[in-house]
Design a protein around this ligand. Structure first.
Ligand SMILES: [Zn+2]
Length: 377
């Protein structure tokens, strides 16, 4: 077993506290993975990321395939040596990026044809996605899947799901041919069609993956649809394996998904919010650019132990943002990523001490809800 999972406690609603065992150490769950798309973080340094307490990060196969390319990872040994990160790394398969590409792309039974960021045409198959992720040397790899828009009709969604299932088996076979001690997760698809979600969760969870992801959400569906589909999937996924909800979401989305039994998350929103000059707090969003913040001598959020709150007054961060100094966004990104992880730690502790339902109710009222619609995609 390359990745193991110990379930410590589950609440009646399904919220879980556990430990994800990886070859790079044990990771308490639920856990949030900051996104290092191109083996680098936006706005923050590797040391900044470490300071947020991150133990596992996500990187994107689609981007790494283009630059630096698999050969560079092969020569360095793996992504850990390449970027100087000793924690765990999860790589996605490229499926979501291909789905969200502007311009031409086509999916056949064989694989996905598309253009890389550099403009080169490329065919990514389930087998080649595994090969690239093996070269990258991530600790957790994802099987290539076909993601569809939430407005897709049932026929189109079923077709994409069937291809995803066929590719899941091909990914497992490719992984087995050249096992390198990495874990492989399968992805449940099915759009917002309940019957398809159930069919997909049953089919994918019957396969010998090390963990399971819920894909194809945060692509334009409503909050109710997202929560309903998440609950349908977690009810059918095996208890003893980790569950990962891909690309979701706002603090309230994370709270709702933890309540429904999800263990792992990734999202670019903490950084996107920072770019807007906004800070997550446990009492809503703080708009650091507002003129009233100019004289604020306290931290972004009293009690926060992040590097920003420990070292910079809010009034100074406000000033950096106003004069266009990139350090302003950096401090907010550090705070927002730390906050998201603090939320996960708080929920874990509430689950373990049997306080989850009370904490869930409190956080449902107090977490940020005023997020601009375009940021939620
Ligand atoms: Zn902070």
């Amino acid at each position: 077993m390359t990745v193991g999972f110990s379930l410590l406690r589950a609440t009646e609603s399904g919220a879980r506290a556990g430990v994800l065992h990886t070859r790079r150490g044990d990771i308490p769950t639920p856990v949030f993975m900051p996104v290092a798309t191109r083996a680098s973080f936006r706005h923050i340094s590797l040391d900044d990321a470490r300071s947020t307490g991150a133990k596992i990060i996500l990187s994107n196969t689609y981007h790494l395939l283009d630059a630096p390319g698999p050969a560079v990872f092969e020569s360095f040994g793996d992504i850990h040596r390449f970027m100087g990160w000793s924690g765990a790394v999860l790589t996605d398969s490229g499926g979501y990026q291909i789905f969200s590409l502007p311009g031409e792309r086509s999916i056949t039974q064989r694989g996905a044809h598309f253009r890389l960021p550099s403009g080169r045409r490329h065919l990514l198959t389930p087998e080649s996605s595994i090969e690239v992720q093996q070269a990258i040397g991530s600790d957790i790899m994802m099987a290539l899947d076909v993601c569809v828009d939430s407005t897709s009709d049932e026929t189109h969604t079923r077709e994409a799901m069937a291809t995803t299932h066929a590719w899941a088996m091909r990914s497992l076979e490719a992984h087995a041919r050249k096992a390198r001690g990495q874990a492989l997760f399968g992805i449940v698809q099915g759009g917002v069609h309940a019957a398809l979600r159930e069919e997909s969760a049953a089919a994918i969870s019957a396969l010998p993956f090390d963990g399971f992801a819920i894909g194809g959400l945060a692509v334009g569906e409503t909050r109710v649809e997202r929560e309903t589909m998440t609950a349908l999937c977690t009810a059918l996924l095996p208890e003893e394996k980790p569950r990962y909800l891909m690309g979701v979401g706002t603090p309230l989305d994370l709270l709702a998904a933890v309540q429904r039994g999800v263990d792992l998350f990734d999202c670019i929103l903490p950084t996107k919010m920072a770019q807007q000059g906004w800070a997550y707090t446990f009492h809503g969003v703080l708009e650091a650019m507002r003129p009233a913040m100019q004289h604020a001598q306290g931290p972004l959020e009293p009690g926060c132990t992040c590097l920003a709150c420990q070292s910079q007054p809010l009034g100074y961060i406000h000033h950096l943002l106003r004069v266009g100094n990139t350090q302003g966004v950096r401090w907010l990104a550090i705070h927002n990523i730390h906050h998201t992880q603090a939320l996960m730690a708080r929920l874990r502790s509430a689950i373990l001490s049997q306080q989850f339902e009370a904490d869930y109710r409190e956080l449902s009222e107090s977490l940020p809800r005023r997020l601009k619609a375009p940021l939620l995609g």
